[in-house]
Design a protein around this ligand. Sequence first.
Ligand code: ADE
Length: 209
Amino acid sequence: MRIDIVSVAPEILKGTLYNFLIKRAIYKGIMEIYIHDLRDYGLGICKKVDDYPYGGGSGMVIRIEPVYRCFHKLFSERNYDEKIFMTPDGNIFSQKDAKELTYKKNILILCGRYKGIDQRIRDHLISKEISIGPYILSGGELAAAVVVDAITRLLPGVLNNPDSMMTDSLQRGSIYTRPVIYKGLSVPKILLSGHHQKIKEWIRKQSNP
Ligand code: ADE
């Protein structure tokens, strides 16, 4: 899978994206990630990417021309199965969405900043709008990193133990490790019993009470 991310703050993405899991996916050739600085497509010598909103109001809005230029350069090189805009008013991202995105070959993600982006970009260049939760971040970069992380760990061959993907904490109830007792707090006896069938049954009940 290949993911291209377009942003006016690429340094935030570089700082958050290349965690060990994503690095491993890239190293194994399972994932390719390319970060594009929208300013490279900006207007004039100042590489302007934003402007005041028509109708007034505070804050700056990302203009359509730099996004159009950047997207069309990328479109001339490959087809994108999904063109995603990260925005707090998008559809709330779920594990099901992450799973669906793993079937795509090429994904393009645009990160919002400032007050927002010109509506014409949303109407004509974007196929999906994603929010990672009902709160407003200062830009879409951290949200994009969350989405990329959630997708990457689901790609076949990324996790050393794919079984752990099926039983990770989202899908499972209580989980314990050593020590058996810490400051009087102990691990449930059943987990130490060595009785595999009973342990399995206990874990199943924990995850679907
Ligand atoms: N940009 C700002 N806030 C966001 C959010 N909650 N989800 C996605 N993109 C965002």
